[in-house]
Design a protein around this ligand. Structure first.
Ligand code: CTP
Length: 396
């Protein structure tokens, strides 16, 4: 861990005293630490102690370094592997949520494009204040990780939520962040996921049972390992936590999915098409609600475009992974798709396996490339996602 750089932002609250222990923990475990404080923070902790513990000068003022470079806020943000604000007061949370930069800490935060953690600390009523909670939601949506405050006795004497997480808890969160393999850093993935919905008229549609879970598990695995994901998703009822490396593009029809997949394929290193794309769509959707008739009706369907096949035509050096959902002659059919769609490998899902398929959180797949066929046991979709990404890496 010796090469990891932690930028610690301290804002003005009594919990600032815990940062002495936090800095010691980081330094003892081989991290480099630089500290930025707000002016108010220096009422609770002092510059000399912070400097001595971190073994680096402390930055509190935008303009205090005579003869220094004028873009210290940029240099510090670039130096950091991670930026932790502890304690995060209601004030700094509000400023950052609203992109205000009026001191060194808030300016550095805006200049930082690394992972940011906030460890809020404040009185329970302040913490529960609607405005503060909305600001925290805004931060979460932007991919900031919030290290939730604990319940307990607060400095003001009240008991409730608002006590900053202990130094050890903050340190552990950072250790988990750094210990996850970041082997996909610098790689961009396109993932298609979920079903598509093809309108028959304004209220009726043709779709399928795809839950999107496999595609979302893939996206999560890639983000966790430092990759960037453009997730083109049909309508699903699952969530994925916002992350600065995740771009969620919601689509409805096969046509929309086709257009978005092509758009994001251009800048991708890898495309994994896990979506259950409708093969047919109504030729002329009815404008409005079709009225009931006594006789039978025929809806003319026309084929949709094959996204994967189109991507394969412009493959270049990119890695292309497909899925095959089969019921008969599984291996043979999947191999056919591997070749006709010009894929690096294909993930075969069998509907004949118990616990595998659309509605389950588990899956049983076979990974097939031009050389090998590897049948994996029943696993969680998260674990299957790991296996698929590990296999993808062998082609990169
Ligand atoms: N696929 C796609 N665009 C389509 C249809 C399928 O990108 N219009 C992709 C799927 O995301 C999957 C792979 O092609 O990765 C195979 O999909 P599947 O439904 O198993 O096969 P099809 O090609 O549709 O053939 P069939 O339905 O006859 O099995």
């Amino acid at each position: 861990m010796a090469s990891k750089n932690v930028l610690l932002g301290i804002s003005g609250g009594i919990a600032a005293y815990k940062t002495y222990t936090l800095i010691r923990l980081f330094v003892k475990n081989g991290y480099n630490v630089k500290v930025i404080t707000t002016k108010n923070a220096l009422n609770f902790v002092n510059e000399l102690t912070l400097r001595t513990l971190s073994n680096n000068r402390v930055c509190s003022d935008m303009f205090s370094f005579v003869g220094d470079v004028s873009t210290e806020h940029i240099a510090l943000s670039e130096w950091a592997d991670v930026f932790v604000v502890a304690p995060a007061t209601a004030n700094i949370i509000g400023k950052y949520a609203n992109a205000i930069a009026d001191d060194m800490l808030s300016t550095c935060l805006l200049a930082c494009n690394k992972q940011i953690f906030f460890a809020p600390a404040m009185n329970t009523n302040m913490y529960n204040n609607k405005g503060v909670q909305e600001n925290l939601q805004t931060l979460k949506k932007r991919g900031i990780q919030i290290i939730e405050p604990n319940n307990g006795e607060l400095a003001c004497g009240t008991v409730g939520q608002g006590r900053m997480a202990e130094a050890e808890e903050i340190f552990d969160r950072l250790e988990v962040f750094f210990s996850t393999k970041q082997d996909l850093e610098g790689k961009t993935f396109l993932i298609t996921a979920g079903p598509t919905v093809e309108q028959i008229d304004s209220v009726r549609f043709i779709s399928n049972n795809s839950s999107g879970r496999m595609g979302y598990a893939l996206a999560q695995e890639i983000i966790d390992r430092g990759g960037v994901v453009n997730l083109v998703s049909g309508p699903v009822s699952i969530d994925i936590l916002p992350n600065r490396n995740l771009h969620l593009i919601k689509v409805t029809s096969a046509k929309e999915m086709y257009e978005m997949a092509l758009k994001y394929f251009e800048n991708s290193d890898v495309a994994i098409c896990s979506a259950a794309v409708a093969d047919y769509t109504p030729k002329t959707p009815y404008n409005g609600k079709m009225k009931k008739k006594q006789e039978s009706v025929t809806i003319e369907l026309e084929p949709t475009k094959d996204i994967l096949k189109t991507l394969a035509k412009n493959k270049g050096n990119r890695i292309l992974v497909g899925f095959a959902l089969e019921t008969d002659n599984e291996i043979e059919n999947a191999k056919k798709k591997l070749l006709t769609k010009n894929l690096d490998f294909i993930v075969l899902n069998s509907l004949n396996d118990k616990g595998a398929g659309f509605e389950y959180t588990t899956n049983k797949v076979t990974l097939i490339d031009k050389q090998d066929i590897v049948a994996l046991p029943l696993k969680s979709k998260t674990q299957v996602a790991k296996d698929i990404i590990d296999k993808t890496l062998t082609f990169l």
